[in-house]
Design a protein around this ligand. Structure first.
Ligand SMILES: Cc1cc2nc3c(=O)[nH]c(=O)nc-3n(C[C@H](O)[C@H](O)[C@H](O)COP(=O)(O)OP(=O)(O)OC[C@H]3O[C@@H](n4cnc5c(N)ncnc54)[C@H](O)[C@@H]3O)c2cc1C
Length: 455
């Protein structure tokens, strides 16, 4: 299939820079144009992609803001860059800034972790023993990586798991750095690379698949592909479930000789033996899954794995999570999927990774959730109906090799929701223009557009 429209590298870069600039200036100007005079105590829990950007937006919009941000982190990471550290495209220092530099002027920053949240009494307890009361709450603490749900791994043993077991996870900054030399060694010496994901909802479902395809391409570039066996073990029923993009992704795995096994959940890693064991399962006609009696254990030379993920423990204990349904088990927050307002506590807005909504957990989704969360928070603060609606937009830039990205943009219905200028192209296939966006524009968009609250 050919491109709907052919576009030169120069035209793409100029058009994209123009669109990006217009978006930043336009949205920023809209933000400045109207302010509201509402007086209330706002507490924001978690100052990652969702929380710190919301703080910046609210500081612009509210005339006399009273905003407390609670987050112990000293650094603001651009986490989508972890995959590029793991593949040698970015240097580690390119993907973070000191949190102090990202925190909007005028907010009160409490550098502590929230340990308890009482939505009835509208108060929060912190690791330093503080009690902080709120009138309105923005709940954006991201998600919790549950390393110890994999037998043989704990959060304290990750360095040993990497050193002894050559098992790595790009889901943390150190892991992304450690896997890059390990990938280079595999490509140079040959052997078996096993790549896996996890059975819970997780950030950027594309990330584990990307690092597998990047390893394969690196081996081709170095002329050593024949010395490598690459296997991808997928926890889900299928490699990807957005119909517009799945066929091409499956085709790429097949074309590149990456063996794909689905319905296998990582259960344990034996770092001494360099062996990973999976729990296989079958899915019945009614959609229910049943574990098969025997584990499947595989030896590897390099393992890329993903920790199971859930809402942070204090969220689970607060009673704000879904009480039933698929999102209850991992304690995702019970928000209305369109307004992003809590379904039982109308003075709480929650979005980003912690939110219990049926879309991908990505910062591109956060970018589209932000104006909705902001407008609806301001509406409820003024006693008005929250009318802004989020359509579930998420974007997963699936890096298929060092030059191309399959840019999956979709909504709650898993229908393509493609942004300009990509709507001019056939986005069911990987495009180099999308790699330009991923490599050159998205990080500056995050640090200089989203974080200052300009987009
Ligand atoms: C390997 C990888 C690749 C990714 N690739 C992409 C991609 O290509 N495209 C994309 O759009 N997205 C990608 N993402 C996902 C994206 O980074 C997240 O979806 C996004 O950061 C979510 O924002 P958030 O604010 O909800 O959570 P975070 O950005 O994780 O922020 C959560 C904040 O809450 C704080 N916090 C946690 N617990 C507490 C507590 N108890 N008290 C106070 N504060 C607390 C943390 O310190 C942190 O600052 C990727 C992520 C990873 C890990």
């Amino acid at each position: 299939m050919s491109n709907k429209f052919s576009i030169s590298r120069r035209t793409f870069l100029i058009t994209s820079a123009g669109v990006l600039g217009a978006a930043v200036v336009g949205t920023g100007a809209m933000n400045y144009l109207s302010t509201v005079d509402v007086r209330a105590r706002i507490v924001i829990i978690g100052a990652g992609a969702a929380g710190v950007c919301m703080a910046a937006r609210l500081m612009r919009k509210i005339e006399h803001p009273d905003i407390t941000v609670i987050d112990p982190a000293e650094r603001q990471y651009y986490q989508p860059g972890f995959t590029f550290i793991a593949s040698g495209i970015f240097q580690p220092d390119e993907v973070w800034k000191p949190q102090q530099a990202c925190m909007p002027k005028g907010v009160k920053w409490v550098k502590e972790a929230v340990v308890a949240l009482d939505p009835e009494r509208q108060k929060v307890s912190t690791s330093g023993g503080k009690t902080i009361e709120y009138d309105f709450l923005v709940l954006t603490p991201g998600l919790q990586l549950n390393w110890d749900k994999i037998e043989g791994v704990t959060s304290g043993s990750l360095e040993e798991v990497a050193r002894v077991g050559n098992a790595h996870s790009i889901y943390h900054f150190e892991g992304a750095q450690r896997i890059w030399p390990a990938i280079q060694t595999l490509v140079e010496k040959g052997g078996r690379g096993i790549y896996t994901d996890t059975y819970t909802k997780h950030k950027c479902g594309g990330a584990p698949k990307k690092i597998c395809m990047l390893t394969e391409h690196l081996a081709r570039k170095k002329g050593t592909r024949d010395n490598l066996q690459l296997d991808y073990f997928c926890s889900e029923k299928a490699l990807y479930d957005v119909p517009h993009y799945t066929p091409r992704l499956l085709q790429i795995y097949e074309e590149r000789g990456i063996n794909l096994t689905v319905r296998h959940k990582v259960k344990s890693i034996d770092i001494g033996k360099r062996e990973v064991c999976f729990q296989p399962y079958v899915v019945g006609e009614d959609g229910s899954s049943t574990d098969l009696p025997d584990l499947v254990c595989e030896r590897y030379d390099l393992l890329s794995f993903v920790p199971p993920q859930s809402a942070p423990d204090f969220v689970r204990q607060s009673g704000l999570s879904w009480q039933e349904g698929k999102l209850a088990k991992d304690a995702w927050v019970e928000v209305d999927k369109e307004t992003l307002i809590h379904r039982r506590y109308p003075n709480i807005v929650s979005f980003g990774d912690v939110a219990g909504i049926p879309t991908s957990k990505t910062s591109s989704a956060v970018r589209k959730q932000l104006p909705v969360a902001q407008d609806n928070l301001l509406a409820i603060m003024q006693g008005k109906e929250p009318t802004a609606k989020y359509n579930g937009y998420a974007c997963c830039p699936i890096v298929t090799d060092y030059d191309h990205v399959l840019l999956a943009e979709f909504d709650y219905n898993k229908q393509p929701d493609i942004s300009f200028p990509f709507s001019l192209l056939d986005m069911s296939r990987e495009q180099w223009t999308a790699m330009m966006l991923k490599r050159h524009f998205l990080k500056p968009m995050f640090f200089y557009g989203m974080i200052p609250g300009l987009m």
